[in-house]
Design a protein around this ligand. Sequence first.
Ligand code: GUN
Length: 287
Amino acid sequence: MSAQLIDGNALSQQLRRDVAARAQALKARGITPGLAVVLVGDNPASQVYVRNKVKACEDAGLHSVLEKYDASLSEVDLLTRVESLNQDPSIHGILVQLPLPAHIDSQKIIEAISPGKDVDGFHVASAGALMTGMPGFWPCTPYGCMKMLESIDYNLRGKHAVVIGRSNIVGKPMALMLLQQNATVTICHSATPNLKTMTLQADVIVAAVGKRNVLTADMVKPGAVVLDVGMNRNDEGKLCGDVDFEGVKQVASFITPVPGGVGPMTITMLLVNTLAAAETIAHGSPV
Ligand code: GUN
């Protein structure tokens, strides 16, 4: 058996078309959804990410501004910039690219972003809203994973989902989203003694560790759905995920590839969140 691919590029295209149409409708009412992307320093990976985010906004007809600052920017000056973006009516979403230089307290910067513009979903208010089932922005990567499950009509009720990784950006919010859909959720991490025992019980596995081959075929129950959030390089320098794709695809029913899986969905959900932020201003709630 070979698993069916969940194509993140195709699903993204579909969702981005919907974002573009809704953005057009807002524009007709005089509101252009706007995203501000703030980059501090010259981390090469971050430079690529922010360029892709700005390009995706342009392609979907969203307004975007990219603010680039030298790595020596002080924390106070960054806080001042964030506050000015909070007050800017042309900006509906603010994204401060992480990691920030070591002299800046990232959490302090995130907490300075107005929760109504926190399209990354990293603010404690957003995390609390997700935890309690209140309206708020969901972090883009796990939100994208949920959309991928939705795209295959996967009903999580009563299923066992195993999340490998416990970051604030992916693992923890992922677990809460799966729980909200009535899955039984296990979070595994570096101190989990026997990962394979856990993953073999899973109907859905989300690998979000940032390490190659965290999940191999012998760790997967036949027919399980496998979502790969990892973004690593193999020995030949080629992009690969956390999952041994060639092996696991022989066992799983559905699997996301890397590249072309969860990656494009992260940016897509950023557009969705930015649009929702603008719609909330326009209508009082997202349409
Ligand atoms: N760095 C890596 N991924 C992300 C992300 O999704 N948002 C932000 N702000 N920084 C990141």
